[in-house]
Ligand binder design. Sequence first.
Ligand SMILES: [Zn+2]
Ligand SMILES: [Zn+2]
Length: 165
Amino acid sequence: MDMTCQIEELVNRLRVDFPDLIFRRGLDQDDTKWIPDEDTIVYTKTTSTSRNNDLINALVLLHELAHASLGHSNFDIDAELLRMETEAWQLVELRFAPKYGVNFILDVVDMHIKSYRDWLSDRSMCPRCGMIGWQTAASTYSCPSCSRSWSVGSNKFKNTYRSMK
Ligand SMILES: [Zn+2]
Ligand SMILES: [Zn+2]
C-alpha cells in the first residue's frame, strides 16, 4: 500500500473530517494522546524518516481518534480502561485504518494492549499473597483471599491513556 500516511497529510485529512476536534502537534517528547477536556488530540512529530516509525505514529494517532469518537473520558474502574483500549483498536481496525489507508499492524496493537494488561495486573495483585484483588474504589483494591487492602496511584486520564513510545 502506498505510504500516504505521512503524519501531517493524515492530520490534514482528519482536520477536515473531524472539524470539532483540535489537532495539535506535540513537542519532541510528547506522546500522542487524547485530551477530552480540551477536545484535543496531540500527535507526535515524526522526526525519523523511518517508514515504520511513521506508520506506528499514524496508527497510534488513529487510536486516539477512536477514543475521541467513542467519547472516552475518565473512568473509575481500572478494568474499564482495558475495555476502552480494546474498543478503540477495534474501531481503528474496522473503520479508520481502511479509510485512511494506514496498515493495521497487529503486533503494535498487541504490544499496546499488553502494556495495559501489565499495568492492570501490577495494580491489582495483592502485595501480601499475590492473588488478584477486587477494586473497591478508584484507587483502592482489596484481596478476596487474605483481606488485605492497598492503595494505588491516582488514576489520571493523561497518565493512563499513555500511548506507545
Ligand atoms: Zn488508548
Ligand atoms: Zn492477599
